[in-house]
Structure formats: structure tokens, C-alpha cells
Ligand binder design. Structure first.
Ligand code: ZN
Length: 81
């Protein structure tokens, strides 16, 4: 998803607010983090290492959203302009 066209990463004007519907890349990243939190430490570390290159791509393609709470995961505090 993060390597795909920018239009799929942007918030749409008609965004309904449901990540699984309109923000699939964020829902997918939430799911990966949820899995990491439930895995044994070593497996969680391996998963996060596998995800890291894609996180870096998303980070490079997005900018900080100051309107999001700091308690949100970092990817939920960014958007693609
Ligand atoms: Zn929607």
C-alpha cells in the first residue's frame, strides 16, 4: 500500500472516518502493530523489522498531522498531502 499511488494514501473528501473503509493503509498498519503486541518478544521484533522499510516509505511520503493526539500511533499522526 505505501508503495502504491499517492491517491490511495490521501484522505478523501468523502472519508467516512472508518479506517477499514477509507484508510486501508492505516488499518493495515494498526493490524500489524496489534499482531506485534500479541507475539512473543522475538517474533514481535522480527515482524517490526520486516515492517520497518515500509514504515520508512510511509514516513517519507507523509507529513505530521498536528491535529491528532500524541497518544495515537505515529502512523495515525501523519497524512499524505
Ligand atoms: Zn469510508
Amino acid at each position: 500500500m505505501v508503495q502504491g499511488p499517492t491517491r490511495f494514501l490521501r484522505f478523501r473528501e468523502d472519508d467516512c472516518g472508518v479506517k477499514e473503509c477509507c484508510r486501508g493503509h492505516l488499518a493495515a498498519r494498526d493490524l500489524l502493530e496489534d499482531a506485534a503486541l500479541r507475539l512473543p518478544a522475538r517474533a514481535a521484533r522480527e515482524l517490526r523489522e520486516a515492517v520497518r522499510p515500509y514504515d520508512e516509505i510511509f514516513e517519507s511520503r507523509s507529513i505530521a498531522d498536528p491535529g491528532m493526539p500524541v497518544s495515537a500511533f505515529w502512523w495515525n499522526r501523519r497524512f499524505v498531502p
